[in-house]
Ligand binder design. Structure first.
Ligand code: BGC
Length: 337
């Protein structure tokens, strides 16, 4: 049984979904996750995501905290791509490249919403030519609570061939405290990761994780990998890399020992971008007056491989009148060892 309530601030709503295990607050601004309370080993509920105390702070931020990112998450090289022999020029909003859907991506849009039995569904019509992407795209994102899981469903349809790569850009800190995530343990079922260049762009080159700080096939502490002398870690100023996920479920696990909170991620998407909040620089005032620094949260952005339209690693083309359907779930439990 999910209890649903909402508060309205002008055209912005905050919707609260609550059951015995989880309290999730989401907003129609950027479909953003505002807070997520889960239980620690002593059954104490704490908020495990970064965010802000006021809606205006969500509007003014440029770090995509909590938001749904699109039409195309991550970077597109040289801010351009070709589709059906036509070249599309996008905004260069990250050095020479296009990042996270452009200047006014989905993270900045106001969505319509309706309550579901066990969650909420958001709707947005991204018009043909918005941020220079082709096709009128009807987008639906829903957040559903199912016992100790949050399920995110992404659905879209376009009236022209287009490209799409959606993700959610929540920064997690499972401690529920103001501290960094260096001591968090991470497991990713991935044999390969994507190398990046000096602009953070995935080059399309896949490397084996074996014998590198990118080997998370068994639980490894994130801080240990971050402190390794590795050219790719240096290039990203930390982890800011896509991993090719194995098929199946429960491909990613994040665990914080002190609270014993564990999050298990299952996704139908082929990759996850591991991003250790490298560009949070202490200038953003977050919840409760906590100024966010690098490593204060970790993003696990399930998505297609970055820049796939130009490097072809995965498929990001959405053909006219066909449906895009992807889902990611976050399941929370207690792991004591
Ligand atoms: C990217 C980073 C980028 C950040 C912006 C992440 O998804 O991988 O390179 O700086 O988003 O918040």
């Amino acid at each position: 049984m999910v209890h649903i309530s909402e508060q309205k601030y002008g055209d912005i709503y905050i919707i609260t979904l609550q059951n015995d295990d989880l309290i999730l607050k989401v907003s129609n601004f950027g479909c953003s996750i505002i807070s997520l309370y889960t239980k620690d080993k002593n059954n104490v509920f704490e908020d495990i995501v970064l965010g802000f105390d006021s809606i205006d702070d969500y509007k003014n931020q440029d770090k995509y905290i909590g938001a749904v990112v699109g039409r195309c998450a991550n970077r597109i090289s040289n801010a351009s791509f070709s589709l059906n022999d036509k070249e599309y020029k996008l905004a260069k909003n990250n050095g020479p490249n296009h990042l996270h859907g452009g200047i006014n991506g989905f993270d900045k849009k106001i969505f319509k919403h309706k309550a579901l039995d066990n969650g909420v569904e958001f709707f947005y019509l991204s018009q043909n030519g918005e941020e220079a992407y082709p096709g009128n795209l009807e987008l639906k994102v829903s957040y559903i609570l199912n016992k100790n899981s949050v399920l995110i469903n992404y659905n879209a349809i376009s009236d022209e061939d287009t490209i799409i790569n959606l993700t959610n850009h929540t920064y997690f800190n499972l401690s529920g405290k103001c501290c960094d995530i260096n001591s968090h343990f991470l497991k990713i079922k991935a044999d390969c990761f994507g190398e990046i260049d000096e602009n953070g762009l995935a080059t399309g080159k896949l490397s084996k994780v074996e014998d590198t700080p990118f080997d998370f096939r068994k639980f490894n502490q994130i801080g240990i990998g971050l402190s390794c002398d590795n050219p790719q870690i240096k290039m990203g100023q930390g982890y800011d890399h896509p991993f090719m996920l194995s098929d199946g479920k429960s491909q990613i696990e994040l665990w914080e020992k002190e609270s014993s909170r564990r999050m298990i991620i299952s996704t139908s998407m082929p990759c996850v971008q591991l991003y250790t909040a490298n560009y949070l620089d202490g200038t953003i005032r977050g919840k409760g007056g906590w100024y966010y620094n690098a490593r204060d949260g970790v993003c696990l952005e399930t998505q297609c491989f970055p820049n796939s339209i130009n490097n072809g690693v995965t498929d990001v083309i959405l053909r006219k009148n066909t449906e895009y359907n992807k889902a990611t779930s976050w399941t929370f439990d207690i792991l004591s060892k």
